[in-house]
Design a binder for this molecule. Structure first.
Ligand SMILES: NC(=O)c1ccc[n+]([C@@H]2O[C@H](COP(=O)([O-])OP(=O)(O)OC[C@H]3O[C@@H](n4cnc5c(N)ncnc54)[C@H](OP(=O)(O)O)[C@@H]3O)[C@@H](O)[C@H]2O)c1
Length: 229
């Protein structure tokens, strides 16, 4: 068994590389692309977002299509994948849609310092895992694999993307570019600063480009496991 799930990072960004305005959810995709993302979600065992995304976007992270939910049930799976988040401060609201909507299993990886607080606050609605002094995405990925997650979808935000990418834990990147500018250097970017394995000396492999209405989907193979998951 591989030591980590096949990992697919999915993100939509503006032409100028921003993914959010930091205050509320920024809708960048169109209906057809949201439906494509729904299909990708339905194909995964777990979906991971950072705690800031839980607080700002309040995502439900559910498979929306009834047909896809039924298809998962027919395969012996839960209607929607497991939901996973990561936090250092544990300032998450148990009433957030991430926790309150749907029957999917929810896992919170929390830095050791705040695990007691996190269990008090979120214990009734999620499994709180002590992620160590610093939650490492490689360790987290291995733990998810041990829990049976074979296919992981990472859906932001920028801090989470940065860690998965710089630690070379992503097999496939699905990047949507929406025809808008955000134009605010304080807004959330696709990634933060970091040493990325792909650079001018080692270019990532672009495997597909498709237009979906007014957005474009770029698919990159970031590991030799691309397409195997
Ligand atoms: N367009 C898109 O596809 C898309 C998708 C998702 C999100 N977004 C946007 O992205 C923005 C949020 O991105 P962001 O970069 O600010 O935040 P983020 O990546 O969503 O979450 C960062 C938070 O996650 C926790 N965290 C991250 N790494 C950790 C680690 N190693 N150990 C422990 N905790 C860790 C911390 O939570 P605590 O603060 O709780 O300690 C940290 O503040 C929002 O504006 C949202 O709308 C866009």
């Amino acid at each position: 068994m591989p030591d980590r799930p096949y990992t697919l990072l999915s993100c939509s960004m503006s032409i100028d590389g921003y993914i959010g305005n930091g205050a509320s959810r920024l809708l960048l995709s169109n209906d057809a692309d949201f439906d494509r993302v729904d299909a990708v979600r339905a194909s995964c065992d777990a979906i991971l977002v950072g705690a800031a995304t839980v607080r700002i976007d309040n995502p439900r992270l559910m498979v929306r299509s009834q047909a896809r939910r039924h298809e998962r049930i027919a395969r012996g799976l839960a209607p929607s994948p497991m939901k996973v988040t990561v936090t250092r401060r544990a300032e998450l609201d148990a009433r957030a849609d991430f926790f309150a909507v749907g029957d999917a299993e929810k896992i919170v990886y929390c830095a050791s310092q705040r695990v007691v607080d996190a269990r008090q606050r979120l214990g009734p609605v999620a499994t709180v895992v002590d992620g160590g002094d610093t939650v490492e995405m490689r360790t987290l990925s291995a733990d998810l694999a041990a829990r049976g997650v074979e296919r992981l979808m990472v859906e932001g935000g920028g801090k989470i993307h940065t860690q998965f990418l710089t630690e070379d834990l992503v097999d496939e990147l699905q990047l949507v570019v929406a025809p808008v500018f955000v134009g605010d250097s304080q807004a959330a970017r696709f990634v933060r600063d970091g040493a990325f394995p792909w650079n001018p000396g080692r270019r990532a492999a672009l495997v597909d480009v498709s237009q979906i209405g007014d957005v474009v989907l770029l698919r990159y193979a970031l590991s030799s496991r691309f397409g195997a998951g």
